[in-house]
Design a protein around this ligand. Structure first.
Ligand SMILES: C[S@@+](CC[C@H](N)C(=O)[O-])C[C@H]1O[C@@H](n2cnc3c(N)ncnc32)[C@H](O)[C@@H]1O
Length: 289
């Protein structure tokens, strides 16, 4: 695999239609919605990742997002890392996947979480917790596993050097300022095996790096990405197609007409108040170890 910086074209949706439909089905089944460009990010990363069965893969800045569940379903062992705690992870995920805390404190026992849900009157969710515990006792979950690690990507001290086959990051690393990003990249690189790969998506900037206030994310030029990700100076990029790709994105009916419900509820997000008006476009980084 060669290092690359690639602004993500909306053509990815048609080029990988079966994968896109699988991702949509999975998200729907889990009650998750996609960020406005996430189908592009997920498709680009997964189409480059290849076979994941039996591999150890970190989902960096995972939240409770679709990537980790998709990888687990395909038989990977997923290190789900986020500085936001998932220790009270909903039973709807625990019922379907084998989930563990990397450390005991990373995931509260399903029984304790279920009891809290019952106390708060969230009967349906608590019911899922009870079912999850029963299915755990009976076996029969997917082959993969998700290891929850509530930790900053700058300090992955519980993961030894050279242990992972891949690190993927879906629209997460742009939430780190330029002065911190090299530390994050260095730490993700440390835990990769020789021959492993880092595949990450962030926001692209045409002329100068800038901060998108509403989504609290940085957008970077190709030169900045080469420097921040410590990529070879001759790493190719497609920023010469910036305007053309942006026009196509702005006019893409599939993404526009399927905007997630949460965008319509606030102005504090990547698509303020649900008005389809992309202000940046996603870019993928491929960095082989
Ligand atoms: C926009 S969300 C995307 C979540 C997920 N990747 C998805 O597809 O839904 C970005 C996430 O990255 C996490 N994140 C960003 N920088 C991080 C860091 N340095 N350490 C740990 N988590 C980080 C944030 O906490 C947040 O949950």
């Amino acid at each position: 695999m060669q290092p690359t910086i690639e602004i993500l074209s909306v053509d990815l949706l048609d080029q990988h239609r079966p994968l896109v439909e699988d991702l949509r089905r999975l998200a729907k089944g889990l009650g998750l919605e996609f960020g406005w460009h996430y189908l592009l990010d997920l498709t680009w990363i997964l189409s480059r990742l290849g076979e994941v069965r039996g591999k150890r893969i970190m989902d960096a800045g995972a939240g409770v997002g679709v990537m980790q569940w998709y990888l687990a379903e395909q038989g990977a062992t997923v290190y789900s890392v986020d500085r936001g705690s998932r220790s009270d992870l909903s039973p709807r995920f625990r019922g379907r996947y084998r989930v563990r805390g990397l450390r005991p404190e990373d995931l509260r026992p399903t029984g304790a979480v279920t009891l809290d849900l019952l106390r708060r009157g969230r009967i349906k969710e608590a019911g899922r917790g009870i079912l999850s515990m029963a299915s755990g006792a009976l076996g029969g979950k997917d082959p993969g596993e998700v290891l929850v690690y509530n930790q900053n990507l700058m300090a992955l001290e519980d993961i030894p050097d050279g242990t992972l086959d891949a690190v993927v990051a879906v629209s997460a690393l742009e939430h780190n300022p330029p002065e911190d990003l090299p530390l994050v990249v260095a730490e993700m690189t440390r835990v990769l095996k020789p021959g492993g790969v880092l595949l990450a998506t962030l926001g692209a900037a045409r002329e100068a790096d800038w901060f998108h206030e509403a989504s609290r994310g940085w957008c970077y030029t190709a030169d900045s990405l080469r420097r921040l990700f410590d990529l070879p100076a001759d790493t190719p990029d497609n920023y010469d197609r910036y305007d053309e790709l942006f026009e196509k994105l702005k006019h893409n009916a599939e993404l526009r007409d399927n905007l997630a419900g949460f965008y319509f509820k606030s102005g504090d997000n990547g698509m303020p108040w649900g008005k389809w008006e992309p202000q940046y476009q996603p870019v993928g980084i491929c960095r082989p170890q």
